[in-house]
Ligand binder design. Structure first.
Ligand SMILES: Nc1nc2c(ncn2[C@@H]2O[C@H](COP(=O)(O)OP(=O)(O)OP(=O)(O)O)[C@@H](O)[C@H]2O)c(=O)[nH]1
Ligand SMILES: [Mg+2]
Length: 406
């Protein structure tokens, strides 16, 4: 009703009693009829009556402040809302149900026991018969556990943020043909003329539940392979050379940004300097090596195949042979192993990595005092994953990405 007692809508009001509500406080929820007008009119009336609109994520923030959930569970709420695939949603749900908080609590316990041991050893001075030492075995055991968590979390991050996969190879290797096969459509132009693709072409496909941003690039040449990107001022401003230089710069950028690189080689031709440039470009990076055009007689030399960082996956983009196997190979790289995995966001991953770094420093500390200092720092870093309600800067950063009403 308006103050003039004019009806506005017929609504349902749900009352949640403290402390069993979402935020732990007394709460009421008004469900009105659909569309935006009814909600707008009701909001206006509520504001006139002294209410104010909620900040983004305010309900969940209040729930964290009231101790109803941990920070990592709160972040899982946003990840559930933003999930772009069912596996991503399931992983966020597992975190909402406390999977990450439980793991952090376990690690935190291990670190506290470690600190107690270091401090106990610190109690012996040089006049004591037994001298204390840095407990390396215990440190190594916790570091290994953290490594496993970080490894799994890094993969899991793909589920939340998606992965960048770039297809690189010499001109005419069949990159655009492979791109079209993987996106199941004629998105990129293909032709027998080397140098067809100039601009990078992107498309998103979901593979193993992971949203993959697939990038088709311009053919790599020895110059680009050495990371020798055209510098500003050295690139001709006009003519075909300028275009080639720009295209190579785009390819170099796509390679740099890729989480996984698909290195494509033309199996119907002997390897050339451009193929060697591809091998140089993927050095030290996560890559999948693929041999295309297996419908034609094989002319790629065995010595070259030996130099590839991984076994060549044979495909024919013309007939479609091997594409299924390549998809599975990609899926394995994206998810690295079966079963539900732990997903963490970038902020949580940074906290876990800083914790690990401090622990490694503790393990190689020259004195017990330094080891104790680094162990305390590791505990501090780990506590950032589920930051206490007093860390307003962390809470501000986390809740900035929430939408209103969560
Ligand atoms: N026989 C055969 N030909 C193929 C295969 N894959 C691609 N081609 C042909 O190879 C030529 C080059 O293919 P593209 O997909 O345009 O190659 P690209 O690597 O994108 O080439 P650029 O964009 O010029 O670097 C085209 O004529 C394709 O039809 C294959 O598996 N078998
Ligand atoms: Mg192309």
């Amino acid at each position: 009703m308006t103050p003039a007692r004019e009806p506005v809508d017929q609504v349902m009001v749900t009352v949640y009693r403290a402390p069993r509500s979402y935020t732990g406080e007394e709460m009421a929820e008004i469900s009105c009829h659909g569309g935006t007008v009814a909600a707008d009119v009701i909001m206006k009336l509520l504001i006139e009556a002294g209410c104010r609109p909620a900040e983004p994520g305010e309900f969940t923030r209040r729930a964290v402040l009231a101790g109803k959930m941990t920070l990592s569970q709160a972040e899982a709420v946003a990840d559930m809302a933003e999930a772009r695939s069912e596996p991503a949603y399931r992983c966020a749900l597992a975190r909402y149900r406390g999977a990450l908080s439980g793991l952090i609590a376990g690690l935190s316990n291990d670190l506290s026991e470690l600190l107690a041991e270091v401090e106990f050893n610190l109690g012996f001075d040089e006049h004591d018969a037994v001298s204390g030492a840095v407990p390396k075995t215990r440190i190594n055991r916790i570091t290994a556990r953290l490594d496993k968590t970080i490894e799994s979390a890094e993969r899991g991050r793909f589920l939340i943020e998606g992965a960048n996969v770039a297809i690189v190879g010499r001109p005419n290797a069949g990159k655009s043909s492979l791109f079209n096969r993987l996106v199941e459509g004629d998105r990129a132009i293909t032709s027998p003329i080397p140098g067809t693709t100039r601009d990078r072409v992107d498309a998103t496909v979901v593979l193993a539940g992971v949203p993959v941003r697939l990038v088709d690039t311009a053919g790599l040449t020895p110059r680009a392979g050495k990371g020798d990107c055209p510098r500003r001022g050295t690139v001709p401003k006009t003519g075909p050379k300028a275009l080639t230089a720009l295209a190579l710069a785009q390819t170099a950028k796509a390679v740099e940004q890729a989480d996984i690189i698909v290195a494509l080689f033309d199996g119907s031709r002997p390897a050339g300097p451009s193929d060697r440039a591809v091998i140089a470009a993927i050095h030290g990076r996560e890559s999948i090596c693929v041999m295309n055009k297996t419908d034609l007689p094989c002319r790629l030399d065995g010595a070259f195949a030996h130099d590839c960082p991984s076994c060549l996956t044979p495909v024919s983009c013309r007939t479609g042979a091997g594409i299924g196997r390549l998809r599975s190979r990609l899926a394995r790289s994206l998810r690295a192993g079966p079963g539900p995995r732990l997903t963490v966001n970038r902020r949580q991953l940074e906290a876990l990595s800083s914790c690990r770094d401090a622990l490694v420093r503790a393990g190689s500390a020259p004195t017990l005092e330094t080891a104790a200092l680094e162990t305390r720092s590791a505990i501090d870093m780990l506590s950032q994953v589920d930051a206490p309600a007093t860390s307003t800067d962390i809470l501000d950063r986390v809740f900035a990405r929430f939408c209103i009403g969560k």
